[in-house]
Structures are given as structure tokens and as C-alpha cells.
Design a binder for this molecule. Structure first.
Ligand SMILES: [Zn+2]
Length: 270
């Protein structure tokens, strides 16, 4: 076991993992359990299944991927028999994962875990939607909502009908800056505005500790401030590598990715 389970509300849990400081959700209804994100490999996913068994005997009937990133969805194969839910685009990206994509993330794994990536089976969601879906767990439900482009093109957030909690995936992070490598910085603050308007009390980010809306709002402001710098620099024709990092709300590597992705979006608009 390589994680710690915290009960946020009755029957509503998160498991925080040492690996990648990743959070997964566990929500128990009278008809079964839903697990939100499945970790980085089927081996790690199996560890999550074992952890679920420590809090309930109910079958895991539903799995939800907040987005298609490997650390959130490549454990899906450990949940055979569960119906897997995600954004339509999440399904498309996971269907396309091949040897090159698996090789590209190998450096994130300690050598003794490389065998977990050999013959890795990536299982895409089949319960797909573009805007919204609802899952009835018995006695409570989950709302799955796409609020717009942000950390990827397929981020969904998961709310619980009878608890003021939101599983937010990586559209907010607590223990590291947001990751912009596949992101849409120009849209991200507006997407967060839409999420903030739902007024959750407890937000479970993809990585790190639980946070409140004030932290989400602060991260929204930081992203917007970074985009302002990128817009000004883009208009002035400054190359990405030369945009001054002074005034950036993020460390330099994160800032450069934010600027690069902003430029891609701005170039596409021209
Ligand atoms: Zn991610």
C-alpha cells in the first residue's frame, strides 16, 4: 500500500499517493463504488483497488478519468468489470496510446518499476460525453462536467450530489505549479471561473492536499497574469525563449510552457 486514505465526508474519500503526489477519489453509494482516476499503471491501479477494499465491500462499478494524462488513466486495466467514464476526447487520446507514448513517460518511473510499463494495456473510457453526465450510485449521484479547455482538451470535474466536494483533476494543483505542456492557457481562467461558480467547499486537486476556493481563485489569477505577459510579448514579436520571466507568477520552466502554449493559441487565432 502506497497511499493514505482520507474521508472528506461520509462515504466520500480521497487517496493521496506517494508516487507523483497523486489524488484519486473513492465515493461509496448503496449500489456500488465509484473510483475517480486510476493511477499510472495497472499495477498501481491494483493497489488502489486493494485500498478501496479497506473502506467498503461494495463492488467498484464505475471508474471516471478526469482527463487522459497517463498518471490519471493508465491504471484503468486494473478495474475490469467497471464501466469507465470520461470525456469523448479522453477516449480518443487513450485509444491512440502506443509504444512511443509509453516510452516517453518511462523517465518518470524508477528503474525497478519499468516492468510495469512493459505490455501495458491502456483501456479507454467507453461511457463518454462532451458536456455533462450523471452517474447514480444509489442514494447519491456523481455529476461529471466539462467546463472548457484548461489543463488539456478533455478535463472534467466530478461533484457529489450530497457533499460539497469537487474532484478537479489537474485544472488546479496544490503541491506543484499547474502543468501547461498540453494546456490551453487562454481559456483556462474562464474555465476555472465556471468551476468556481459551482461553489464547492472542498476541492480535491489532481496532486497535493485538498484546497478551498480561495486557492483556486488565486491559481486562476496567476494563470491570467501569465497569459497577460504572454499576450503582450506575442504582440511585440518577442520569441518564447526571450520573454522576460520577471513578473511571472510561476517558476521559469512552467512560465516558458505557459508562454509557448499561449503563443500556439494566439498564432492559431491570427
Ligand atoms: Zn494532468
Amino acid at each position: 500500500m502506497t497511499g493514505t486514505i482520507e474521508e472528506l465526508f461520509p462515504g466520500v474519500y480521497r487517496r493521496r499517493h506517494e508516487a507523483l503526489d497523486l489524488n484519486c477519489g473513492i465515493v461509496v453509494g448503496s449500489d456500488g463504488v465509484a473510483v475517480i482516476d486510476t493511477r499510472e499503471t495497472p499495477t498501481a491501479g491494483k493497489d488502489l483497488v486493494d485500498a478501496v477494499r479497506t473502506v467498503t465491500d461494495q463492488p467498484i462499478r464505475w471508474v471516471i478519468n478526469t482527463h487522459w494524462h497517463w498518471d490519471h488513466a493508465w491504471g484503468n486495466a486494473a478495474f475490469s468489470g467497471s464501466s469507465i467514464w470520461g470525456h469523448t476526447r479522453c477516449q480518443e487520446v487513450l485509444e491512440a496510446v502506443g509504444a512511443a507514448e509509453i516510452e516517453a513517460v518511462k523517465h518518470w518511473f524508477r528503474p525497478e518499476r519499468h516492468h510495469e510499463l512493459d505490455d501495458l494495456e491502456v483501456v479507454p473510457p467507453t461511457g463518454t460525453f462532451d458536456d455533462m453526465a450523471f452517474i447514480d450510485l444509489g442514494g447519491r449521484g456523481l455529476t461529471l462536467t466539462f467546463h472548457g479547455l484548461a489543463h488539456t482538451d478533455a478535463d472534467i470535474v466530478v461533484g457529489v450530489t450530497d457533499a460539497p466536494v469537487l474532484y478537479a483533476g489537474d485544472i488546479v494543483e496544490e503541491s506543484a505549479p499547474p502543468f501547461f505542456g498540453d494546456g490551453y492557457p487562454l481559456d483556462w481562467p474562464l474555465t476555472l471561473d465556471s468551476v468556481i461558480a459551482t461553489r464547492p467547499e472542498v476541492v480535491v486537486p489532481g496532486h497535493g492536499d485538498t484546497i478551498d476556493l480561495a486557492i483556486v481563485e488565486a491559481q486562476r489569477s496567476s494563470i491570467a497574469a501569465g497569459v497577460d505577459i504572454a499576450r503582450t510579448a506575442h504582440a511585440a514579436g518577442i520569441p518564447v525563449a526571450e520573454v522576460p520571466v520577471s513578473g511571472s507568477p510561476f517558476p521559469e520552466p512552467t512560465f516558458r510552457e505557459l508562454v509557448a502554449r499561449s503563443y500556439l493559441q494566439l498564432d492559431a487565432d491570427e
